[in-house]
Design a protein around this ligand. Structure first.
Ligand SMILES: Nc1ncnc2c1ncn2[C@@H]1O[C@H](COP(=O)(O)OP(=O)(O)OP(=O)(O)O)[C@@H](O)[C@H]1O
Length: 822
């Protein structure tokens, strides 16, 4: 960071002291030898703060001498009661049990809300030179150089710039200028991830008011009226879960509990494992902590902010690897990472550098150019983790990252996560593999019904469940499987629930609960307004997203060469086969004396054309949305636009439909005599009709793909869609009444109508004569208005095909939209 920050002046005092800074009001309190009690309560505190400093609790902290220094504990250490607002060092709450040994010049905070929090800095002049406090201040008053530049890499020569170095921050993210009336205007410089003021993403610019908090990527700045203070420079995240409950009604109407009054604390830099039997609620808990699972009640706070209300601010700072892979197997490792970078990070990012760093972190540099499909299960999981690490998330959730891995890979994965936590990330994972959970900082044992039965260091879990008799010197902590057995003991569900209730209650009354939850839990900011709805708008423009998604999708389609060739050739081959039995016929030429069967033969051939186009269109795309739902879901949580996503599918599939149409048209012109069309040349009319049929059926299959839950469901539904197209086409049976109305919903009805009017099949009806009466002719082939060779009729058929395409696309968008969580 550069700029004219207000540095602390050295105080002529040889006694160790703490300096409290309450939004500019400062108090210096000398520390005495022995025990210091800091708070507002005059009967308890021997270092007392002003009564109107309400953020400070009556019994805020106990500061005890330790050697030549001081250790600070939250609250009243004597009665083991934590303070209300807590004391934080880089978002880690100082606890009552271990406290924290103060370092000279280091700054802590009382409370979490930057608008009201009070900084507490410890100074010991005897220890010599003081370190510069971590809070950075840029004074705006009297500043000569405007604008103030905020960003990842602002003008290095400017004395009024603030460097906010994080991948999710744009090179020049935002600027501040005076408004000419004594105030200041904050302007977003078309950043990718947005500039937020008091939780709301600003559109273009806004006037700053005193005590506004500005959030840029992981940084929080406080505007004091005259200066800009960086209140969260360490960019770490803590998570506090308050009384999470999730209850649903089962089929009988009985209430079924999935999460039961769960409280949790995840401190910055901790690696936390959620373990427990199948169906105990681990995944639900993880999703609830992430804010993406519905809950009946309770709150999750990230650094004190209500997560659900502030998701737009935090979404780029939270990484999530679900159970299913979130990567495309047809791409190389580098391509996967590159496309994720392009979608998630600002366009001015040095992508190659970010990819190289990430590959180093996940130890996959040697497979940079390998296709994901050729990687082992463990390597694939690492790539999924790499995709999330690109944005350098400070809070990272992983759902069963080690499932399906052998013990060696399981250990490697846990070590990788340990390293990541040691870099300051807060990491939570769901796992069933307990061999290596000893390297976690905390484990949460869940019992049936979503009850928390233990939360604390792994070394304390076995003694808590009275299942351990050894020592914890070695990395192996004993057999956690015994705890699984203990929590599942019972002949039926009621007995197991009773067992779980016993342990859950025991834990709630245990010293472990007090130490690792009760005294560490931080209250969220009350009455906090959520981010407004415009906060969810995407970072990079929809057009840029569309272009990226089209390129990626085309790569995926073209990599699968066999499928691509089959997709392109299936239509022409089928049409060529149809030509075999008709090789001596001229089914489409209108003859002056049509034979008795010519009309019905022509209609059957046109019917084949329609069916081929519909079938190919349907089978083209039925899997395209459902097969990547895990990836879609993850990218949508970040900033994927629904319209660009769906349009990329329609455009690429539409392009393929165009190529298919060209090939089909060529083969039809080659094999069959072209009829003389009075409206438009047969070749052009055939091309347009085939393309519109293919496009409408592609749109229909994309819609179905959005509806179904699995690829198998999609495949199963195809015949149900195709067979009515055949029955209600109007070719095989005379349709009257309701069946005629139903045929309007069929693509085949409009497709065959267009082909029929182009080929003028009505003119192929045999002429009646004394032997061949009209009655007999009607049984063989009956001219119909559906095939009238007029522009009105042709236009209607084409128009309805286009309308079908649009309606299916809109329904698909609505269905996808309904899957959104935020
Ligand atoms: N939205 C929901 N509606 C109804 N039941 C649900 C819902 N979500 C989860 N459940 C049920 O809640 C229970 C807990 O599910 P969850 O997936 O969280 O368990 P888990 O501990 O992760 O299990 P596993 O280890 O087998 O993955 C299961 O019985 C599940 O079927």
């Amino acid at each position: 960071m550069t700029g004219n920050y207000s540095d602390r002046t050295t105080v002529a005092n040889t006694t160790p002291y703490i300096e409290l800074d309450n939004q500019g009001r400062k108090e210096i309190l000398n520390l005495r030898d022995g025990i210091n009690c800091l708070g507002r309560d005059p009967n308890w505190a021997n270092i007392q703060t002003p009564q109107d400093w309400n953020v400070v609790s009556r019994k805020q902290a106990t500061i005890e001498q330790e050697g030549s220094g001081f250790r600070i504990y939250d609250g009243d250490r004597n009665s083991q009661k934590a303070s209300g607002n807590g004391i934080f060092l880089n978002q880690s709450r100082i606890n009552l049990t271990d406290g924290y040994l103060l370092k000279n010049g280091e700054q802590l905070h009382i409370g979490q809300d930057p608008r009201y929090q009070i900084s507490l800095t410890y100074f010991n002049p005897k220890l010599g030179e003081m370190s510069i406090p971590s809070v950075r201040k840029l004074s705006l008053k009297g500043l000569q150089n405007w604008p103030v530049e905020l960003g990842r890499s602002p003008n290095p020569h400017s004395t009024s710039s603030m460097e906010l170095d994080a991948p999710t921050v744009s090179r020049l993210h935002a600027t501040i200028n005076p408004d000419g009336k004594g105030g200041y205007i904050l302007k977003d410089s078309s950043s990718s991830n947005g500039t937020f003021v008091n939780g709301n993403r600003i559109d273009k610019s806004c006037t700053l008011n005193k005590d506004d908090t500005i959030q840029i990527g992981p940084y929080v700045l406080l505007f004091t009226g005259e200066s800009l203070e960086l209140t969260n420079a360490t960019n770490q995240i803590r998570l506090d879960a308050h009384k999470l409950n999730f209850r649903v009604k089962d089929k009988k109407g009985d209430t079924f509990t999935i999460l039961n009054d769960v409280y949790l604390v995840l401190e910055p830099g901790q690696l936390v494992a959620f373990v427990g039997g199948s169906g105990a609620g681990k995944s639900t808990l993880m999703k609830a902590l992430l804010g993406i699972a519905p809950i009946s009640s309770g709150n999750v706070y990230l650094n004190g902010d209500n997560l659900r209300k502030n998701w737009p601010i935090y979404r780029s700072q939270v990484g999530y690897v679900p159970q299913d892979d979130i990567i495309h197997r047809e791409l190389t490792v580098e391509e996967v990472l590159r496309s994720a970078c392009q979608l998630r990070l600002p366009p001015d990012t040095n992508i190659s550098k970010v990819i190289t760093n990430t590959l180093d972190q996940i130890k996959l540099s040697h497979v940079r150019n390998t296709l994901v499909s050729r990687l082992s299960g463990g390597q694939r999981k690492r790539v999924s983790i790499g995709v999330e690490l690109l944005a350098d998330p400070k809070l990272f959730f992983l759902d069963e990252p080690t499932s399906g891995l052998d013990p060696g890979l399981d250990k490697e994965m846990m070590q990788l996560l340990r390293e990541q936590a040691d870099r300051g990330r807060t990491i939570a994972l769901v796992t069933h593999a307990t061999d290596n959970i000893g390297i976690c900082d905390r484990i949460a044992f869940m019992g049936l019904g979503g009850s928390l039965c233990f939360y604390g260091p792994p070394a304390e879990a076995l003694p808590f469940f009275q299942r351990y008799a050894g020592n914890f010197e070695s990395e192996h902590f004993g057999d956690f499987a015994d705890i699984y057995i203990e929590l599942n003991k019972g002949k039926d569900k009621a007995a197991i629930t009773e067992r779980v209730a016993y342990w859950s209650e025991k834990f709630a009354n245990s010293p472990e609960y007090k130490s690792y939850i009760q005294n560490s839990l931080s209250p969220g900011k009350e009455n906090q307004q959520g981010a407004k709805s415009n906060s969810t708008k995407t970072g990079i423009s929809p057009i840029a997203q569309l272009s990226l998604l089209c390129k990626r999708y085309w790569k995926l389609v073209s990599r699968d060469t066999t499928s691509l060739i089959l997709t392109l050739l299936a239509g022409p081959i089928t049409i060529a086969l149809t030509g075999l039995p008709l090789k001596n016929e001229q089914p489409l030429s209108v003859l002056s004396e049509p034979g008795i069967t010519q009309g019905s033969l022509a209609l059957r051939l046109l019917f084949i054309f329609s069916c081929v186009a519909i079938w190919i269109g349907l089978s083209n795309s039925i899997r395209e949305i459902v097969k990547e739902s895990a990836i879609y879901f993850r990218e949508r949580l970040l900033n994927l636009g629904l319209l660009p996503y769906f349009s990329s599918k329609l455009f690429i599939r539409g392009g393929l439909a165009l190529a298919q149409t060209l090939l089909i048209t060529a083969i039809v012109l080659l094999i069959f005599d072209a009829p003389e069309s009075e409206l438009i040349p047969w070749s052009l009319g055939f091309f347009i009709t085939t393309f519109l049929t293919l496009l409408a059926s592609t749109s229909l299959s994309l819609m179905l793909s959005a509806f179904v839950k699995t690829e198998n469901e999609g495949n199963g539904i195809l015949p149900l869609i195709m067979i009515p197209q055949i029955i209600f086409s109007g070719v095989l049976f005379n349709l009257e009444g309701w069946s005629s109305k139903l045929s309007w919903l069929m693509l085949s009805r409009w497709s065959i109508g267009a082909y029929g009017s182009l080929a003028d099949v009505n003119a192929m009806a045999p002429k009646p004569n004394p032997i061949l009466t009209q009655e007999i002719i009607n049984d063989i082939f009956k001219a119909s208005d559906v095939y009238n060779p007029t522009w009105d009729n042709l236009g209607l058929n084409w128009g309805v095909l286009i309308a079908h395409t649009l309606i299916y696309a809109v329904i698909a968008l609505i269905v996808q939209r309904r899957k959104d969580i935020f």
